[in-house]
Design a protein around this ligand. Structure first.
Ligand SMILES: [Zn+2]
Ligand SMILES: [Zn+2]
Length: 476
């Protein structure tokens, strides 16, 4: 087995300063000329559209499935063949999700040789390219998500991210670089890559046909249902990870990129649907972290661990996962907070002398000072729940004590409402002016801002709130 490793070393391209190596096809003779303009860089016209199509991929993912659907009209489906098709569907699907994706693309666990041989075999049966080619594209997808270097960026359209990226030729130089040196050292990966066509034909079509033929005497049914149509369903299901999982669902961990969590995508893709989590914690062997979420790929990896076939399962600490969740919640909260009126920020209010405040109140303005902040309650007198008389009696006065318990210890909502009426700050008005001056002089002032730079006002922490209710003079 030393031979593939030795030749694998030869395909290693020069390392880039960022530690990555470029993808080099193992088979020589690829007719790629970097000096020539690539077809994908030319606009599609009536004269050249057929040159844009990747015909080999089109045969595998469009024409053969179509032929399967058409022939199913004449080929009867027997129960035993149907059951085998479903079982083989799950096996080949796991080859992609547990093998290609979580084992090889992300190294989220280690697998013993028998398990790697099994996963490489059934993965080939899904007909989605070699491990080496698939993992390279997927690593670029994670590294350059949603950018032009993402081989299946959903920003180019849902259909493009589902199948278009395979049906139309892509300029290999455009796809982002990533490091696959570890895969070039995996003898199973290199062997599967070198013998890919044989692997595909055998695992995709020959094995299911022969199995159904020998076991149930249903050669044709095995070929059409367990072979062609099963391939089509596995392909469409796993393609959904690139399309649906970047389009449908929630973003509980980070909403700056497109990956999303949704149970429907999870059901379709053997548990790969918790894709927002996956893009945040790609090296975690899990996609679903809750026990009740559907992630059969994770369950199988755990089962293999029990049987000794898999080991070194990687997992992010709950502490790290929860931090991401809290930050995203905070972001949503900030967005919601920003839509609310919290009153004019104190630093934007004019500083008013006590005498001017009293004079303005005498001249007909309904101004009330509370904790050094002046409020214009003119439009509120009529609506004051405590009646007109009480609020009118506070006009032109410092009502800090009355408002904070002297007459009535106002509610949190009342302090919030009051802040929307503020129009000025009293000179020498307790802490507020000092705080304001300190701000102006760039002193150390501790107050908390949200991610949009807005000051956070917590319940009970409004500037008008005095910590201890002040006992009224009458009560003494
Ligand atoms: Zn993705
Ligand atoms: Zn991934």
């Amino acid at each position: 087995m030393s031979e593939p490793t030795a030749s694998a070393a030869k395909v290693q391209a020069a390392a880039f300063p960022d530690g990555t190596t470029d993808y080099v096809p193992l088979r020589s003779g690829a007719k790629y000329d970097p000096k020539k303009v690539h077809i994908s860089d030319l606009p599609m016209t009536w004269g050249n559209w057929y040159k844009h199509i990747n015909w080999l991929n089109a045969i595998f993912i469009v024409f053969i499935p179509l032929a399967g659907f058409v022939s199913s009209y004449w080929v009867p489906l027997h129960l035993s063949t149907a059951i085998f098709s479903v079982i083989y569907y799950f096996n080949t699907g796991l080859g992609i999700t547990a093998g290609y994706h979580r084992l090889w693309a992300h190294s989220s666990y280690k697998a013993t040789l028998p398990l790697r041989i099994y996963l490489a075999a059934v993965g080939a049966g899904a007909v989605e390219g070699s491990i080496r080619w698939w993992s390279r594209g997927h690593r670029s997808h994670h590294r350059y998500t949603d950018t032009d270097k993402d081989p299946y960026s959903v920003r180019k359209g849902l259909l493009y991210s589902h199948m278009g990226w395979m049906l139309f030729k892509q300029n290999p130089k455009r796809i982002g670089r990533c490091d696959i040196s570890d895969l070039n050292e995996d003898s199973i990966v290199v062997w599967q890559h070198r013998n890919y066509l044989k692997c595909v034909i055998f695992m995709g079509l020959v094995f299911p046909t022969v199995f159904c033929g020998l076991m149930f005497n249903d050669w044709l049914g095995g070929f059409v249902y367990a072979g062609i149509l099963r391939i089509c369903f596995v392909q469409q299901a796993t393609f959904c990870v690139n399309s649906l999982a970047h389009w449908l669902g929630d973003q509980p961990f980070d909403d700056r990129n497109s990956p999303r969590d949704h149970v429907i995508t999870a059901l379709v893709t053997l548990g790969e649907g918790y894709h927002n989590f996956h893009h945040e914690f790609p090296a975690d062997y899990r996609n679903a972290i809750e026990w009740w979420q559907y992630d059969p790929t994770k369950w199988m990896i755990v089962f293999w661990k029990w049987t000794g076939l898999a080991y070194d399962l990687k997992q992010f600490r709950a502490n790290e996962i929860e931090k991401g969740r809290v930050q995203q919640l905070q972001k949503k909260l900030d967005q919601k907070r920003a839509t609310l009126d919290w009153g004019t920020p104190l630093e934007q209010l004019p500083v008013v002398d006590w005498d001017d405040f009293v004079a303005d109140s005498k001249n007909g303005k309904a101004l009330v000072a509370i904790a050094g902040v002046i409020h214009d309650v003119g439009n509120f007198i009529r609506d004051h729940p405590g009646g007109k008389a009480l609020i009118t009696s506070a006009i032109g006065k410092d009502a800090t004590a009355i408002f904070n318990g002297g007459v009535y210890n106002h509610s949190n909502a009342a302090h919030n409402l009051l802040s929307t009426m503020r129009v000025g700050v009293l000179r020498g008005g307790c802490e507020v002016e000092i705080w304001k001056r300190a701000q102006f002089e760039n002193k150390d002032v501790t107050y908390i801002n949200d991610s949009a730079g807005q000051r956070i006002v917590r319940a009970g922490a409004q500037v008008t709130k005095v910590a201890q209710p002040i006992a009224s003079a009458d009560a003494a």
